[in-house]
Design a protein around this ligand. Structure first.
Ligand code: AHR
Length: 503
């Protein structure tokens, strides 16, 4: 059997894991809202029309924050359309997805849902068709206690207490030519700076995220970050990163190595933030909000047909990727990458949460179930808390078409406040199990409490409403600790969670 070694000590600290790296995203897109979280008349719907079966699946994930209401949608959205009496709310054409938005669910309803789902809101303002004035108004509406036009309007609309939204996105993907009112880096940096200033004058307790690049692959990547941060560095707290991967070439070894690209992307953005900091002679450090990430490609062809056929209809089944087992492995590796960069990545939102490129799927009038990618997110969210530690891994490597020297073992670890140690590891080997020899002597006496394994013999295996457990975790064989050393078998192509406690 192939072997790899992992050495770790409790002092190999990367940084505190910000629980918001297990965030997610709900956009007014497809069936994320209508048919996803909200379906009045569904057998599990509560008195406000929210599906309880979906809430249960979300609660189980312990999602700390959900980005809302877009995405591309937000760049044409008037937030005022989404508040006040529901029968008076306008139906609007959404130019991002060519559907009709009815505004049946708006800010108040989403805040109710978030409470039920046990999560906080990360709210995106429209810096596309609108600007700083509307941005500061929505902060006043959401967060100001009372005694001003917008705060009193909120109270009149039924919410005596402010929503208390702490994290705000300054627009969405403003570097992308597909965005409504796409801007140059300089134009965006100026608008973001003025919006951030005014929003923080209304509520100094908020934090704001400036739009970084929509992808590492765009020709403007790098210069976009540098130029726009030159204009707004002083007034923003985070820079966003977005990245989706695909396996349309059907080359699993390359696909599973994409987390190396993710790591490069993160490190490049950190370098650019620090370069602007240096040039400006500032002490303040910026952090990263990876507020869209996932695998996205399965639904591409279907989406073209749906949009052609049903343009301007409501809640079209768009971006409904059905995830397979190999997607879950890459999602696991992406989470591992965030943990290994926990000192700078403070927010990450799996895009998205329900139906739209999502870990949770529903059928209108039918069931709700966990897709394959639900599992690594669940495990990381439940057990990847506390301090992120740096494991020193010596692993056999492989070469593939796009990368050389890809480690077969991809690993990260966390140490929680009670001394509980968790090792997350993906074995990228398509054929062979691998023996991971862990040297954990620096932690004192430990015992293994659990080894969770996600594996399927077919990389293309999926979960469906009828077979929701086709790809689901099982108990692995973690073996025994022997004087601080542990040998664990990582099955070929597997996601592993090894949990240890102090003896
Ligand atoms: O998550 C789907 C879309 O991907 C978002 O609306 C947009 O921001 C990104 O391009």
């Amino acid at each position: 059997m192939k072997k790899a070694s992992l050495i770790m000590d409790k002092d190999f600290r990367i940084g505190e894991v910000d629980k918001r790296i297990y965030g997610s995203f709900i956009e007014h897109l497809g069936r994320a809202v209508y048919g996803g979280i909200y379906e009045p008349g569904h057998p599990t719907a509560d008195e406000h029309g929210f599906r309880r079966d979906v809430i249960d699946l979300v609660r189980r994930l312990q999602v700390p924050i959900v980005r809302y209401p877009g995405g591309n949608f937000v760049s044409g959205f008037n937030w005022e359309d989404s508040v006040g009496p529901r029968d008076k709310r306008p139906r609007r054409l959404d130019l991002a997805w060519f559907t009709t938005e009815t505004n049946e669910v708006g800010l108040h309803e989403f805040a109710d849902w978030a409470k039920k789902a046990g999560t906080e809101i990360m709210y995106a303002v429209n810096l596309g068709t609108r600007g700083p004035d509307d941005a500061r108004n929505v902060v006043e509406y959401a967060n100001h206690k009372s005694g001003s036009y917008y705060s009193d309007l909120r109270i009149q609309n039924g919410a005596r207490e402010p929503f208390g939204i702490k994290l705000w996105c300054l627009g969405n993907e403003m570097d992308g030519p597909w965005q409504m009112c796409h801007r140059t880096a300089y134009e965006y940096g100026r608008v973001a700076n003025e919006a951030a200033k005014m929003m923080k004058w209304v509520d100094p307790s908020i934090e704001v995220v400036a739009c970084g690049s929509s992808s590492y692959l765009l020709p403007t990547f790098g210069s976009w970050e540098y130029e726009m941060l030159n204009e707004c560095y002083e007034n923003v707290d985070y820079v966003s990163l977005h990245r989706y991967y695909d396996n349309s070439a059907n080359r699993t070894p390359d696909f599973l190595a994409r987390s190396m690209d993710l790591d490069e992307f993160i490190k490049s953005v950190v370098s650019i933030c620090d370069a602007v900091r240096g040039r400006k002679h500032l002490k303040k450090r910026l952090y990263l909000s990876f507020d869209e990430w996932n695998v996205w490609y399965h639904s591409a062809q279907q989406d073209k047909e749906i949009t052609k056929r049903d343009k301007w209809n409501r809640a079209l089944p768009l971006l409904e990727d059905i995830y397979n087992f190999e997607d879950a492995l890459l999602v696991g590796s992406m989470l591992i990458t965030f943990l290994r960069n926990a000192d700078r990545v403070k927010v990450a939102c799996l895009a998205q949460l329900v139906n739209v490129i999502a870990p949770i799927m529903t059928r209108n009038g039918g069931g709700a179930w966990a897709q394959t990618i639900y599992w690594p997110l669940l495990h990381a969210s439940l057990y990847g808390r506390g301090q992120a530690l740096r494991p020193v891994v010596d692993s056999p490597v492989y070469d593939c078409a796009d990368y050389e020297g890809v480690p077969l073992v991809d690993a990260a670890a966390t140490l929680d406040d009670e001394g509980g140690l968790t090792v997350f590891a993906v074995n990228r080997d398509l054929q062979e199990d691998l023996l991971l020899q862990c040297d954990l002597r620096g932690f004192g006496p430990l015992r293994v409490t659990e080894h969770i394994v996600l594996h399927h013999d077919d990389v293309k295996a999926v979960n469906t409403e009828d077979h929701p457990d086709n790809v689901s975790p099982v108990a692995g064989d973690a073996g025994q600790m022997d004087e601080g050393r542990l040998a664990v078998t990582l099955p070929s192509l597997s996601w592993n969670v090894i949990r240890l406690q102090k003896k």
